[in-house]
Design a protein around this ligand. Structure first.
Ligand SMILES: Nc1nc2c(c(=O)[nH]1)N[C@H]1C(S)=C(S)[C@@H](COP(=O)(O)O)O[C@H]1N2
Ligand SMILES: [Mo]
Length: 198
């Protein structure tokens, strides 16, 4: 499968590839609010719910059978490190949204992780090709520490907008704050504007 390279998306935000105040690392640190939750492929289930035409749920097999692609992306953590050239395999947010049929009154999205995490974004910030529900990193299943079996990646935003262990995406008709957003992190989280805290 060919790789879609989206490492140039910084140009849209008028900044360098390395956003201000970030340093580049080749390591991949793990940042989790509370350890790595366990899961099993038999019981794992993914839900699409809220302001959609048809709520859906998927087994892991059904989910990884969805139309998918490989993207080369950069990853920017709000704590100051960036990791370049990660190859994530997954289904794009617009593809999944179209399957469920987003209602006209939907304006925001809340992503839920099964460790009790949540993070929010305006719908238009999610309706981008580079927002992926990813199940592989560099050709291997995403390690549990990094959010396997499925995590979200948001290369246009700081990485706390990408829920690890994601098992539900909820379409909302008004904004609702996620775990870190309630605790002072920026709602908008644009790395090229250094929107770290609100
Ligand atoms: N479910 C869940 N998703 C999460 C987090 C978390 O604690 N739980 N931490 C966030 C934060 S603050 C960051 S920086 C990235 C870290 O991803 P990594 O551990 O793969 O580097 O995941 C984000 N997604
Ligand atoms: Mo973070």
């Amino acid at each position: 499968m060919s790789v879609r390279d989206v490492t140039d998306l910084h140009e849209e935000f008028g900044g360098d590839r390395l956003p201000p105040g970030q340093r580049r690392t080749d390591r991949f640190p793990v940042l989790s609010k509370s350890g790595t939750p366990s899961w099993s492929p038999e019981t794992w289930e993914f839900a699409v719910r809220g302001a959609v035409e048809s709520e859906r749920s998927f087994s892991l097999e059904e989910f990884t059978d969805l139309p998918h692609e490989i993207q080369r992306q950069d990853f920017h953590c709000v704590t100051g490190w960036s990791r370049f050239d990660n190859e994530f395999t997954g289904v794009t947010f617009p593809t999944l949204a179209d399957l469920a049929g987003v209602r006209d009154d939907a304006t925001h999205v809340l992503f839920h992780g099964f460790d009790g995490y949540a993070t929010d974004l305006p719908l238009e910030e999610c309706m981008r090709e580079e927002v992926l529900f990813a199940w592989e990193l560099d050709g291997e299943p995403i390690p549990d520490d990094h959010g396997g079996p499925v995590r979200v990646v948001t290369p246009h935003r700081y990485a706390y907008k990408g829920a690890k262990w994601v098992d539900a995406v909820e379409f909302l008709t008004e904004p609702e704050r996620g775990y870190w957003e309630k605790r002072g992190y920026s709602d908008t989280a644009n790395p090229w504007n250094e929107e770290r805290y609100s």
